[in-house]
Every structure is written in structure tokens, then in C-alpha cells.
Design a protein around this ligand. Structure first.
Ligand code: SAM
Length: 178
């Protein structure tokens, strides 16, 4: 069970990034996103996409992210450009995930030092500054070793039929899925 925690973002600047953290968490195999602080009112799009394209995927909020991290019953991974290279630690993280729940924390602005201290793993996807969405995507793909790409979705209203050219979206049950 993998949870992604989005720490509070900068209002007026990070709304789409927060939404994209949620959508990326869902699409690439996490079970739940928890949005904290000022990111809390950014849940609608992710809930809407889950309703339309399927789940299961939970969208939750917290106003006490530090407590959420402290009390999380499993290993905590904090994605940060200052952390250990992902390629050096991912096998240990994978073993922890197989043993129990995993929490993946991504920031927006400066992340409080307690988060670095509390995390079992501070993980860098390169040690270059880039984006929480990019680091989350690479992290999840490495964690699941690509298996998340074949995931099946439950109860979708819409299913995309992959095509070499053009767009095809069907409603399940209309006999046109393949
Ligand atoms: N400067 C901020 C700090 O000191 O914590 C980070 C800002 S960065 C735009 C926002 C988030 O992207 C970070 O909190 C981290 O989760 C993620 N991030 C950015 N670059 C990363 C990298 N190379 N590896 C892992 N995560 C990264």
C-alpha cells in the first residue's frame, strides 16, 4: 500500500502541480494521495478523474502533515534533490514496501527539517533541482519496476482505447472496448 503526501503549496502558483502530483500518484500505481496545508483544496480534479477513469484511488487531506508523517505506520520516503541517489536505495525501499505500507513525501517550497529527520529514506532522483511531479513519476516507476503500466482500473465510466493515430474513448459495457 503506497500513500503519497503532498506538503502544502504556494497558493496562486502550485495548484496545477498539486493536481498533477495527485494524478501522477494515481496513474503510476500509488493507492492514495493526501494533500496537506494549502494544498487541501486541490482535491477536486483528482477525485473527478478517479470517478471517470476508475480506481481504486483515495484522495484525502490533512491539516497536520508533520503528525501524519510521525504517526505513519510504515516506512517514510522523502523525495528531495539533497537525498541519496534513487539507484542506490530503491532495492531497500522495495523490500520495505513488500513488508508494509509506504509513505512518499513530496514538497513544494522549503520542506521542514523534521521531514528529513523523520524519513527512513531521503531520496534524490538525480541531485539536480527539478520537479515533484517528475521525481514522483520516476520514483514510482522504479519502485514498481514498470508493473504499474499494466494496471487494470475498476468501475471506469471511460476507457481509452490506445490507437496509433487519433483518439478513441469508449464507455465500458457498450461492446466497443476492443
Ligand atoms: N527548494 C525546495 C527545498 O529546499 O526543499 C524544493 C523545491 S522543489 C521545486 C519541490 C519538490 O520537488 C521538492 O520538495 C521535492 O519533493 C521535489 N524534487 C525536486 N527536485 C528533486 C530531485 N532531484 N529529487 C527528488 N525530488 C525532487
Amino acid at each position: 500500500d503506497v500513500t503519497v503526501l503532498r506538503l502544502g503549496h504556494r497558493p496562486g502558483r502550485d495548484e496545477r502541480m498539486t493536481t498533477h502530483v495527485g494524478l501522477t500518484a494515481r496513474a503510476l500505481g500509488a493507492d492514495r494521495v493526501v494533500m496537506a496545508g494549502s494544498a487541501r483544496n486541490q482535491t477536486d480534479t483528482v477525485v473527478d478523474i478517479t470517478d471517470r477513469f476508475g480506481g481504486p484511488f483515495a484522495v484525502e487531506t490533512t491539516d497536520e502533515p508533520k503528525r501524519f508523517i510521525r504517526e505513519f505506520d510504515g516506512a517514510v520516503v522523502h523525495l528531495t534533490m539533497y537525498g541519496e541517489p534513487i539507484q542506490d536505495v530503491i532495492e531497500d525501499v522495495r523490500a520495505d514496501r513488500e513488508a508494509g505500507p509506504l509513505l512518499v513525501v513530496v514538497g513544494a517550497e522549503k520542506v521542514p527539517f523534521e521531514v528529513y529527520e523523520h524519513a527512513e529514506y531521503n531520496v534524490g532522483v538525480t541531485n539536480q533541482p527539478h520537479s515533484e511531479v517528475a521525481s514522483l513519476a520516476v520514483f514510482l516507476d522504479r519502485l514498481f519496476e514498470g508493473q504499474e503500466l499494466d494496471r487494470e482500473w475498476e468501475d471506469p465510466d471511460r476507457v481509452v482505447v490506445p490507437k496509433e493515430t487519433g483518439k478513441k474513448v469508449v464507455e465500458p459495457g457498450d461492446g466497443d472496448e476492443d
